[in-house]
Write a protein that binds this ligand. Sequence first.
Ligand code: SAM
Length: 433
Amino acid sequence: MCYAIPGKVEKIENNTVTVDYFGEKRKAHNELSRIAIGDYIYAQGGFVVSKISPSEAQTILSVWKETFFQLQEVDLKLSRLQLNDKNTDKKLFGILDKASQSRELSRQELLSLLELKDKPKIELFFKTANFLRQKYHKNSCCVHGIIEISNYCCRGCQYCGISYHNKKLKRYRMAKDEILQAAKEAVEVYGFKSLVLQSGEDPGYSIEELTDIVKQIKEKFPALIFISFGEIGVEGLEKLYQAGARGLLMRFETSNPQLYQKVHPEMSLENRLLHLRKAYAMGYLILTGGLIGLPGQSSEDILNDLFLAKELRAEMYSFGPFIPHPATPFSNHKPVPAEEVIKVLALARIMGDNNAKILVTSALETLSREAAKNSLLAGANSLMLNVTPLSYRPFYSIYPDRAHQSEDISAQIESTVSLLRSLGRAPTDLEAV
Ligand code: SAM
């Protein structure tokens, strides 16, 4: 099973190609040489990732053809919105009706959605977000693979299980060959088209070593590469971009400066934001967001987080619950219910950039088995599977009992594909022209 559909190049204008997927046109940025009209390509995150032979493409497309339209129909059915002013609370009807027409909501209106308590009202809010997801993204859903290359970290984030607070954790740092092997397996065996390389903030790798790893993955295994190594400096970002990284996953965690200082006593929000802004200016796709349920966090804070993610031009919103880890200073706190996090995802869909993707995080899946499905039905359209070698996974212990911790890649793919199919979603992630 492959979770990217090949498209046929129809038009080339400078570095932009128009790609056809069963009659639907999408655009992608092309950095590969030797792409011609009529070629078949894979694209992810707005970038052409690789070219494939016409015979291979046609075999895959013939398998997808019927399914593609069937999936669209299922999705269309599931995302239909019937707002009825007779059965709905007048105020809520007014807000959701406005949202469904993509009209801007006031701060007060947005906050009122975040603070909904009544189940049927929350359900309607989620349905509206799902309607908008379908309107802007059709049934596409992107699936990334993440390789957690090291759990060494020199930072003291008060909530994080791989921070220096956790003295008992066995630390690991994957060697270059192991990382290349994991990338090879993810791309060549399992068909991933985009990979996130993540680690704690680990001075054990030099920028030159990271650059070399990214370069070699790019040369050997065609994939869109996101980096998530923490605050590596502007020069580090530049070098990694030159090596071929095209996305940065870095959450600002919280936009509230006082709260940021409380949970990261030795760090600065400005420096984090500087990385995000500079990275965007360099051309990186930005994946960012924050933690939901930090001690002392208010609904106002969360709304400000969403505005900040939008201001940072997030390609993908990554908001997930804070889950307490016993070996950290925040061990005594409780996580919020999954539904509170899904409200944030739904609000991101309503107020965020229309083109932005919204990620279902493993932390959210850890809170509830149903969370992935419920989030995909509330505006989310992106998933990340863990492709770290199984032997290392238990040690990337940012919070306890992580979802999919001991599931091998094929099991994760199988359950993801079956979930996506049941919801009528297809693995394409390019914007419609
Ligand atoms: N070092 C990189 C950085 O600074 O962005 C990436 C690694 S860091 C462990 C990845 C993410 O894990 C953080 O952005 C944080 O939001 C999340 N995280 C850490 N501890 C967590 C916890 N207890 N519950 C939920 N998420 C957590």
